[in-house]
Design a protein around this ligand. Structure first.
Ligand SMILES: Cc1cc2nc3c(=O)[nH]c(=O)nc-3n(C[C@H](O)[C@H](O)[C@H](O)COP(=O)(O)OP(=O)(O)OC[C@H]3O[C@@H](n4cnc5c(N)ncnc54)[C@H](O)[C@@H]3O)c2cc1C
Length: 530
């Protein structure tokens, strides 16, 4: 693996048949493996700069990559695979945690309710995106919230109600947001051996149904409640069991599974899908929707026959793109617009709870065009909410609203804003619930800019304005302050909390190692402020 044009491990010219579970797919120009939210945001920004088309993948167990070469980047989230227990019932999983690994960790913690995830192929991120379900359980039933990364790098914390829309349907299927992680809740305790026994029953049941005889994508079509019976039974009645097309074959045991029995092409799979969908409609009177997600360049006629929307490829008449993330040409965002928003988690992502209920938000208050015409107006608003009210206990001995040197000896919320071009220059802001504040300007980690060696309120007058109210505390920052470090319409952002008693939190999180150190501008999230 190399770290060349991408800020994280990547491989050039990779056969997608070696990437996806199905063992099908042509060559991709790049396969990229971000290890953190920040690297994911940076990788997306690089794809935008290079005008590369993008496909997002977990394990590819519900995806059909096309046979055609893919001239863009397949971003695989397998290296974002950390999981940690936030409190008794809450488990935070990064998107790339495998369902089976999540089930095992939950079982070992003596919590039931995650058994069904055992040997369900794929990752938590995709399972959330697809609202995966089996054995009477659904991921929506155990998800509290979902962290997403937008194409502009914005990191948002979505409630389960915002995400899950019903049977195998989520709002994420309609918007180009990437699941970066999910907070899962398992309230019920049980004996780990009893939980493990149930997990094994589910796994054995999958073996009994011959699900793993050959690579597949699981159920090819969704069920239709209107049909009154599962899609597999419909295809069974239509005589599809064992039907073959090239190396693709409908399972002899489950007529909604299409196996790659060896050397199958994407076109073989889609031809079977087209025949199944047509027969279901014409002979059984049932309109079925493909569950399998197509990604890449396909013959438009085949996609049409399978009910898949596509975008024509001008250089290849009769071919179209499906399953790509598309960068909008222009942002028509309404303001204020959220750039970062979510809860602060323990710096080390370890099995230790950071005081729950602290959330941070950074909003862009005006468009760049508006900001340029009124540069002294607030451009960013940074807010910290402390629902529990208890966390920020260590207060400085200074009147509320004072500029305080060495404020980090108290309990503070911190915002770091680094130069979008990655030069390493950054600004650091600290604020308390009583609006005590501190601001620093640095050229490199812990190296203060000339003229800023001694912190002084004077240097920030009219540009950084702290506030504190019942609903939150933070600062407003003017465009004129940020303009020199906005690069290619991007900034790098990171929020942190230091409670003054050696407890530290982050949003978005990274995998802290060694002594807690927020002064790592290369790790901040690249966010578009266009
Ligand atoms: C043998 C077998 C049995 C199966 N049984 C079941 C079952 O019982 N129930 C069930 O629901 N499913 C089942 N499936 C399907 C599959 O397990 C799930 O859909 C799983 O959630 C896919 O995870 P993945 O990481 O492989 O996703 P992928 O196939 O990599 O991706 C699926 C889709 O989600 C998108 N995506 C991937 N990661 C993200 C992300 N982080 N953010 C946003 N979008 C993303 C991809 O672009 C793609 O459109 C089965 C599959 C197989 C092979």
């Amino acid at each position: 693996m190399t770290e060349t044009i991408f800020p994280c491990p990547c491989d050039e010219r990779v056969l997608l048949e070696t990437v996806g579970y199905y063992g099908i797919g042509g060559e991709a120009r790049w396969v990229v493996h971000p290890r953190s939210v920040a690297e994911l945001a940076l990788a997306l920004d690089r794809c935008r700069q290079l005008r590369l088309p993008v496909i997002i993948a977990g394990k590819g167990s519900n995806m059909l990559f096309s046979d055609e070469p893919f001239p863009g980047a397949v971003i695989v989230l397998d290296a974002m695979n950390r999981m940690f227990r936030v409190s008794g019932e809450l488990f935070f999983c990064e998107a790339g945690v495998e369902n089976t690994d999540a089930a095992i960790a939950i079982q070992r913690a003596g919590r039931s309710g995650g058994e069904w995830l055992y040997r369900l192929p794929g990752t938590i991120g995709a399972t959330v995106r697809m609202n995966g379900r089996c054995y009477g359980r659904e991921i929506s039933g155990v998800t509290r919230s979902v962290v997403t990364v937008g194409l502009d790098g914005a990191v948002r914390w979505r409630s389960a109600e915002e995400v899950f829309l019903g049977y195998k349907e989520t709002s994420l299927m309609q918007s180009p947001e990437i699941v970066a992680g999910a907070m899962l809740a398992f309230a019920d305790e049980d004996d780990p051996d009893a939980i493990e026994a149930r997990m094994r029953e589910y796994g054995d049941d999958r073996d009994l149904k011959h699900q793993f005889d050959f690579p597949s994508c699981g159920s090819t079509f969704k069920n239709s409640y209107a049909a009154g019976k599962p899609s597999g039974q419909i295809f069974d009645a239509l005589g599809f069991r064992g039907r073959r097309e090239g190396g693709a074959q409908v399972s002899d045991h489950h007529a909604n599974f299409i196996f790659n029995t060896g050397g199958a092409k994407a076109a073989d799979v889609l031809k079977l899908c087209a025949a199944m969908r047509t027969d279901a409609r014409e002979k059984a009177g049932v309109a079925l929707e493909l569950e399998l997600q197509c990604a890449g360049l396909f013959e438009t006629a085949l996609l049409d026959a399978c009910g898949i929307a596509s975008t024509p490829e001008p250089s290849r008449p009769g071919y179209g793109w499906a399953g790509l993330l598309r960068f909008p040409d222009a942002t028509d965002a309404a303001f204020p617009r959220t750039l970062l928003q979510g809860p602060v988690l323990d710096y080390f992502c370890r099995d230790a709870a950071f005081p729950a209920g602290i959330t941070v938000e950074v909003e862009q208050l005006a468009s760049l065009a508006e900001a340029r015409s009124a540069p002294e107006q607030p451009f960013l608003r940074w807010t910290t909410l402390n629902e529990s009210g208890a966390a920020f206990a260590l207060r400085p001995e200074a009147p509320a609203g004072a500029f305080v040197d060495q404020l980090w000896e108290s309990s503070v919320s911190e915002l770091f804003i680094a130069d979008g071009s990655g030069t390493g220059r950054y600004l650091e802001f600290e604020v308390t619930p009583q609006a005590h504040w501190l601001a620093l300007r640095l050229d490199a980690p812990r190296q203060r800019t000339v003229g800023h060696e001694t912190p002084s309120e004077e240097l920030w007058r009219g540009q950084a304005t702290p506030f504190a109210s019942e609903t939150g505390f933070g600062m407003e920052l003017s465009y004129s302050l940020l303009e020199p470090i906005i690069h290619d319409d991007t900034l790098r952002l990171q929020c942190a909390i230091s409670l003054g008693d050696e407890r530290y939190g982050l949003f978005p999180w990274w995998h802290g190692e060694g002594a807690p150190d927020f002064h790592q501008p290369a790790r901040y999230c690249v966010v578009r402020v266009g």
